[in-house]
Write a protein that binds this ligand. Structure first.
Ligand code: ATP
Ligand code: MG
Length: 274
């Protein structure tokens, strides 16, 4: 099993939307998918729980981290969800137990190793023990960003924060952690955002999600499309929404998801949904 963490301390950049939609897509192409929601806002749990192809575990993530609850893993072709809960907010204050929380998450991932191909972890937008626990045990991190000045300035912290920066976690705690990259989301074709995209590529080009095609670097990004917010609101996989706009949006997003999955070493049959 490969574990991917959606990470960015900025709120509202699309971590949960990407976690949810990528989980659906990954299942559709035949991967066995586990989703762990470490955010008490439950913006990944809620849309997944509304979907018929998702099996929600009877325990929640806060309980597993705090109490060492047993998680019974069953084989299923549904997405398996360890949903978020309100207990997650109380973990940070229990400093004496932080190591235990991180160890329990690690043990859970180990126990799931043979039963799933991909585990997607959604995190909360504050650097805390949940966020650190996820990154300490993950194989990959992906950071959605919005193309505004503040978000671009935030990337330096995402990478270089003295305690929670991806570089620090990799060197001090988890050398196997691989940063898949920065993924611009909610992208609009305005001169302002175009300018910010140029700044982003100049400053962090090698850190952006990209692929090389015929010697040319193509940067991945996800446009702002109301169909994505709608799919999240009604708990659907985007291409299942019976609307041309959803189909069009999906055709823009699928190649980006393929880029992400192939960076993690998964083989993509891009025709799967076409
Ligand atoms: N590409 C997009 N186009 C349109 N709406 C989007 C897009 N990506 C995300 N959204 C919507 O934007 C809002 C914020 O996204 P989301 O909740 O995924 O962000 P987040 O990073 O998880 O936020 P938080 O940090 O609070 O957890 C949601 O309503 C979501 O449906
Ligand atoms: Mg979220």
């Amino acid at each position: 099993m490969k574990t991917l963490v959606l990470a960015n301390q900025k709120g509202g950049v699309g971590k949960s939307a990407i976690a949810t939609q990528l989980a659906h897509y990954s299942r559709t192409i035949g991967l066995r998918v586990l989703v762990i929601d470490l955010d008490h806002q439950r913006n990944t749990s809620r849309p997944l729980m509304a979907h018929a192809d998702v099996m929600t575990l009877p325990v929640t993530s806060g309980t597993v981290l705090e109490e060492d609850a047993t998680v019974e893993i069953r084989t299923t072709d549904q997405i398996v969800l360890l949903a978020g809960d309100d207990k997650l907010t109380a973990l940070e204050k229990q400093a004496g137990n932080h190591n235990a929380f991180a160890t329990r998450l690690r043990n859970l991932l180990k126990a799931c190793d043979q039963s799933f191909d991909l585990c997607i972890i959604d995190t909360n937008p504050n650097p805390d023990i949940r966020y650190a626990s996820a990154l300490i045990s993950a194989d990959y991190a992906l950071a959605p960003v919005q193309l505004n000045q503040e978000a671009i300035e935030g990337i330096a912290g995402l990478l270089g924060h003295p305690r929670f920066g991806l570089s620090k976690i990799k060197t001090a705690l988890n050398p196997k952690l691989e940063f898949l990259g920065i993924l611009p989301n909610l992208v609009e074709p305005t001169p302002f955002q175009r300018g910010n995209m140029i700044t982003l590529t100049e400053k962090f080009g090698t850190r952006l999600v990209s692929e090389k095609r015929a010697g040319e670097t193509r940067y991945g990004f996800i446009p702002k499309r109301s169909a994505i917010a709608e799919a999240q609101a009604v708990g659907q996989f985007l291409p299942e929404l019976k609307k041309t706009a959803a189909r069009d949006a999906w055709n823009e997003i699928q190649p980006v998801f393929d880029m992400v999955l192939s960076r993690m070493g998964f083989k993509i049959a891009s025709e799967a949904l076409n």
